[in-house]
Write a protein that binds this ligand. Sequence first.
Ligand code: HEC
Length: 470
Amino acid sequence: MKTPEARRLASLLATAVLLSSGSAALADFVPVPLPDPKIPGYHFPENEATILKWVADSSVTDPTASAAADNQIYLHGWGIWASLTAETDQTENGQKLRVFETWLTPQDITAASQAGKNESLLKLPRGSRPVLEEFRQLKHHKGKDPHLEAAGTATVLGFVKYDPTAADHIMKQGLLQKSVLDQLLSYGADEIPVFPVTGLALKPVFQVIKKSDLVDGRYYQLPVWPGPPSTPQQWGSTTWPASVWIDVKDGGSGKGEIDKAPKKDGSSRTDATTYPVSSLINFKLNPDQAGALKAKGAAEGDYAILVAMHVSGREITRWTWQTFWWTPTPANPLAPSSDAIAKARPVQIKAPAANYAMSIAYTTELPSPPYVGGDNKGNSIYAYNPWLEAGFGPSDLPDSIPGTYNGQPVQNNYGVQSNCMSCHGAANYNPNNVSTAPDYSGDRYISLGDPRFSGTLKVDFLWSLPGNAK
Ligand code: HEC
C-alpha cells in the first residue's frame, strides 16, 4: 500500500505544487465559513443523536423507498451541497468564487505552518484556486490497473480541501506534520485529536478542457455514467459508451439527451446532445494552474469543469458521506443516486449546482451496526462516485470481505460495491509498517475498536492526513 516509490512521487509532486503556487501574484482572499442556505428542515451541524435516529429509521434496504427518515438524510446532504456551492463576493478572473473554492488545501496549511503563520491562517493571502493534482487514491495503485492508469494520466484532476474549522484544527494540532503524528504514536495515543463537529472535508474533481481536445474549436466530448454494470466489474469512465458534448461557447439545448454512439470527430453530435459549459460549475485555469499542467497540454484560460465532488462532515463519529457528479438528467439520475434523492433536492439549489446527482451513505450496512462490536451481516449500502471509485477492482480493495446485498451473498470487492465510510473507517497513519494495518476495501463493517489498528494511529477517517503529512 505505501511503497517507497509512491511516497517519493507524492512528496515530489507536493513540492512542485508548493513551488509553483508561490510563483505568481497571490490574490488576497479569505476562506468563507459554511453559510446557512436557509432551507426549511436543514440544520448544520445537526445533532449526532438526530442523525443516528434517521439512519436507524431509514429504509434504504429497499432502493425505491423514500421514507421520512431517508428524506431527512437526503435533505441533509443537499443542504450541505447548497452551502458549499453558494457564491461568495470574492472574485477571480472576473468570476465569483463559490464557498468551497475559498477553502484551504493541505498544501496551504503546510505552507502556513512552515511560515509560522499560526494565528492568521484564515487571512493568509494566497492564490485562490490551487493547482490541480492527480489524486492519491488513483495514483496509489498506478501500474496495477489499466483503468486507473488511464484515469490517473487523463486530465481528471483536483485537490483536497478543508472548511475553516477543520483547517484550524489541523493547524493547531499539527496534523499535517509527521513529527507530530510520530510523537502522538510514540507517547501512546491510538488516534489523533478528533475534529470538531463543524469539520468538513472535500475532494472536488475537475476535467480540464484543453483546446486540442475541442471539435470545431468549441465542443468537448464528456463521457456520461451509464449506471452500475449488471455484474460487478471495473467500470471507470474509459468504459462508459455514451457521451455528451460540452460547448465552451455556451450553446447547446441539451435536456437529458445523450450521444449513444459518439464519434471522436463530432459528426455524431446534435444540438440536443450538446450542453453549455455554464451548465456545469467551472472556472478558467490561471497562469499557475496552466503552468503546472503544461506537460498535459493545458493552457491559461482553458476551462476546468467540476465533474464530481466528495464531501464528508464530522457531525457524526463515523462522519457523513455524500458525493456529487454532474448529470444530464438531474431529475432522474442513475444509481447509486435515485429519483427519490433527486426529489428531495430543495428549490434553493439552482443551476448549475442543481445539475448534479448525489449518492449518500451515513452507515455501512442496514440495520446500522454499532460503532464497536458490530458485524457484517446487514444489507450492504453502496455509495460511490462514478468518476472516482467505479474503476476500482479487487486488487485496489485488498481488505474487502464478503457481505450480503438484497438477500444474496456478494464479494463487495469492486468500486461499484464500495462505501465511503468503510474505506475511510480504515484510515490510519502507519510509519512502522504494521502488517495488519487496515487497508482500502469495498463495503464492509469496520469497528472503531478493530484490533488491526494496534500499533497505528487512527486519523479520524481522513486519509488525506497521512497522505499529505510532511
Ligand atoms: C478505496 C478507498 C476509498 C473509498 C471507497 C473512498 N475514499 Fe475518499 N479518499 C481515499 C483516500 C486514500 C483519500 C486521500 C486522497 C489524497 O490524500 O489526495 C481520500 C480522500 C477523500 C476526501 C478528502 C479528505 C480526506 O482526507 O479523506 C474526502 C472528503 C473523501 N475522500 C470522501 C469520500 C466519499 C464521499 C466517498 C464515497 C462516495 C469516498 N471518499 C470513497 C480513499 C477512499
